[in-house]
Ligand binder design. Structure first.
Ligand code: FES
Length: 114
């Protein structure tokens, strides 16, 4: 059986300093989100470690603080390091988001690698 990685988006759809959610199964809730920071894409499950399964954005695609320097869960304000997914402040300090591995081809297409 051949395994084709699922294409998420083109890198152009994800400007530097922005986040974007993806509703892969079309149930109306994003399962994961991607952050573009300093040329690198980071993807995490949209599930806050404070209350596993709790979605984190305050509106669609809004996963970051105003300065776009941290990921924020808008339920109770947990703040996460973008690069590591570690909660650095808030009710689940020390816990981590679940990273989702991505890959990118030369044409700028972004894929899920799992
Ligand atoms: S559910 Fe995310 S901080 Fe409480």
């Amino acid at each position: 059986m051949s395994h084709n990685p699922q294409r998420l988006c083109a890198i152009d759809e994800l400007p530097e300093g922005e986040s974007k959610g993806f509703d892969l199964d079309g149930d109306g809730q994003d399962e994961l989100f991607v952050v573009h920071r300093e040329g690198v894409l980071y993807a995490y499950r949209n599930s806050c470690p404070h209350q596993p399964g709790a979605p984190m954005a305050w509106r669609r695609h809004a996963y970051l603080n105003k300065e776009a320097s941290l990921i924020v869960c808008f339920a109770h304000g947990a703040q996460f390091d973008i690069e590591s997914g570690l909660c650095i402040d808030g009710p689940c300090q020390g816990a981590s988001l679940t990273a989702v591995p991505l890959s990118q081809d030369r044409d700028g297409n972004v894929y899920l690698t799992e």
